[in-house]
Design a protein around this ligand. Structure first.
Ligand SMILES: NC(=O)c1ccc[n+]([C@@H]2O[C@H](COP(=O)([O-])OP(=O)(O)OC[C@H]3O[C@@H](n4cnc5c(N)ncnc54)[C@H](O)[C@@H]3O)[C@@H](O)[C@H]2O)c1
Length: 337
């Protein structure tokens, strides 16, 4: 089988995991190069993963004719530029969420992707998480009848540093967007209006960036269903991601807080370990989404989470941000599903 030769751009909190998966776990993929402008970082990762190629300049990947695909895990504010350069140089693209920071940028990158006939997958890994994946199959099978309400909950106790927050686009674009995407996917309907609120309850530095550590979004879907998304960066117990779909004939709950399938009993009481962070929770999902990307390129099939899906989720996140800022309900006019 032909190997898909890849470069990973950005080797921070998440980039390293994608690089490790491509270098060591994915049949049909070959990691040729890792790139990060931070002095010494790419060299260190290349050494750890046993590969020869590393650089501090992303252009080295775009200009390298041996590279078929780039995996973009750089700060969100750089995604638009990276995608446009990748598309112009004929590289297929896996890009982390959110696809871009603005809708104008999303339109530009979609145009560049179409014009250059490039495959692009956006990193909404919940679609590949075994529990969410199974939920989608059960809903499609009709196990809960017609979905009429979506509930999404994303709580993280670890707030990222200011250097990340500054380029993240804020809590709706950075965190709640995962729930907006999975809501569209599981409900098989677009969101037509949102109303969002948010507050800074603990991490006061977020105010400097117009961001919040606790947020709530209510959703109205095109088919009349409704939903809500709770998002926070101040969970005092771990990393907690759950979902619930109410249907006309049943309810489906997704996810748990449990890290290991064990329970400890002592005279002090009974406890279990709680998932501490996103790499622990979504290790399998990050691997499976990348397997899907490589298989799509190998087989010439369309990936499950396209640039258009990336734009649709971004539209909801931008509408939620506007609603938070204005206190008003915001309509979304584009219907994709
Ligand atoms: N899907 C998920 O669950 C998930 C989780 C975390 C982050 N993300 C996304 O991944 C992206 C990166 O997030 P992170 O948490 O890894 O950030 P990070 O700040 O930890 O790392 C970003 C890395 O990119 C490097 N970088 C900066 N500019 C660059 C450039 N022009 N070219 C190449 N490298 C560059 C930085 O030196 C840094 O090492 C963001 O878009 C974020 O939204 C997604």
């Amino acid at each position: 089988m032909t190997q898909i030769r890849c470069a990973v751009l950005g080797l921070g909190r998440l980039g390293y995991w994608h690089a490790e998966n491509l270098a060591t776990k994915i049949r049909g993929a070959q990691l040729l190069s890792v790139i990060d402008p931070m002095e010494g970082r790419a060299e260190q990762v290349a050494r750890e993963l046993g590969i020869d190629g590393y650089s501090t300049n992303p252009d080295d990947a775009f200009n390298n004719p041996d590279i078929d695909a780039v995996v973009i895990v750089t700060p969100t504010s750089t995604h638009a530029e990276m995608i446009k350069k990748a598309a112009a140089s004929g590289k297929h693209i896996f890009v982390e969420k959110p696809i871009t920071q603005t809708l104008a940028e999303a339109d530009e990158v979609i145009e560049a992707i179409r014009k250059n006939n490039i495959v692009c997958q956006v990193g909404f890994m919940r679609r590949f998480d075994p529990a969410y994946y199974e939920a989608k199959k059960r809903i499609e099978k009709g196990d809960i009848g017609q979905p009429i309400y979506f509930k999404g909950l994303s709580r993280d106790g670890n707030v990222p540093p200011a250097s990340f927050i500054k380029h993240s686009g804020g809590i709706y674009l950075d965190v709640a967007i995962h729930d907006y995407d999975i809501a569209r996917y599981l409900m098989n309907a677009d969101v037509v209006s949102v109303q969002a609120t948010g507050n800074v309850l603990q991490h006061s530095f977020l105010s400097e960036y117009g961001d919040v550590d606790q947020a709530l979004t209510t959703l109205q879907f095109s088919n009349g269903a409704a939903g809500d998304v709770e998002t926070m960066r101040i969970a005092p117990y771990g990393y907690d991601i759950r979902g619930e779909i109410v249907g006309t004939e049943g309810v489906l709950t997704i996810g748990s807080m449990r890290q290991h399938n064990i329970q400890l009993y002592t005279f002090a009481g009974s406890t279990y370990d709680i998932i501490p962070d996103f790499p622990s929770k979504f290790k399998d999902a990050y691997l499976l989404e990348m397997v899907h990307f490589i298989e799509s390129l190998t087989n010439g099939t369309k990936p499950d989470c396209t640039a258009e899906d990336g734009k649709a989720a971004l539209e909801i996140a931008i509408a939620a941000t506007d609603s938070f800022k204005t206190g008003k309900l915001v309509q979304i006019n584009t219907v994709h599903v």
